[in-house]
Design a protein around this ligand. Structure first.
Ligand code: ADP
Length: 210
């Protein structure tokens, strides 16, 4: 992974917690020093330099994340160097739509845009009553929602969420009890939290039912 700034540092920490071996490169000696006892290997190098990347053994890794945000030039040149070295999966962080386009055109295999993704996510959470959601493409999402008051106390066989609301209730979690997959006999208790699938608009409408 290249770049131990705020985003790269969080990502490196998560990868370590998930049990992965991480080689991190940053040109800033203070950051290299700070991370040296937490990561397997931290190297101070200029990642735009193909020879330097080769020397640190980057080609032994299948997946490399370029987490540089502020310097467009360093980000693009690093991705280019990794692609030229034949790294099979280059994940690159973009900080704007144009940056994302450039990263795609120089050969990044995956472009992530954390500020835009988080911004959009938080906007949905702020304006609706969904507690959480994850979107897969444009027409499918899974959301965590409270039981709408109008439906509280009713079994799913009566609510018929697919027919009436276009969403499917996958499961329910009652406080203090384990998650249960939903069936027709599941009763929507007022204090339960539901896991529901459908498209995002329908999920929002379901969550926002009175
Ligand atoms: P953040 O917003 O996540 O803090 P920054 O873009 O400010 O992201 O930080 C990116 C990190 O990448 C910094 O620690 C910086 O030292 C490092 N970096 C920038 N250019 C290079 C480069 N050419 N080679 C190696 N590391 C770099």
């Amino acid at each position: 992974m290249v770049g131990l700034g705020r985003f790269g540092g969080q990502l490196a920490g998560s990868l370590i917690r998930l049990g992965h071996e991480v080689l991190a490169i940053d040109r800033n000696p203070d950051l290299v020093q700070r991370w040296s006892d937490q990561l397997d290997r931290v190297v101070q190098a200029d990642a735009t330099d193909e020879d330097a990347l080769r020397q640190v053994g980057i080609t032994d890794f299948d997946r490399v994340v370029v987490a540089i945000g502020a310097s467009l030039e360093a980000s693009v040149l690093t991705v280019l160097a990794l692609v030229e070295l034949g790294v099979s999966q280059v994940w690159a962080r973009a900080t704007s739509g144009k940056h994302a386009k450039i990263l795609n055109s120089v050969g990044a295999h995956h472009v992530i845009f954390p500020e835009a993704e988080t911004g959009e996510r938080v906007a949905h959470l702020i304006v609706t009553r969904m507690l959480d959601f994850i979107e897969f493409g444009h027409d499918f999402a899974i959301a965590k929602v409270r039981v709408p008051q109008a439906l509280a106390g009713k079994p799913l066989s009566q609510v018929r969420p697919i027919e009436h609301h276009g969403v499917r209730v996958l499961g329910a979690k009652h406080p203090g009890k384990p998650f249960e997959y939903a069936s027709d006999s599941t009763v929507l208790r007022p204090e339960s939290v539901l896991v529901v699938e459908g498209n995002l608009d329908q999920l929002q409408r379901f969550a926002d039912l009175p």
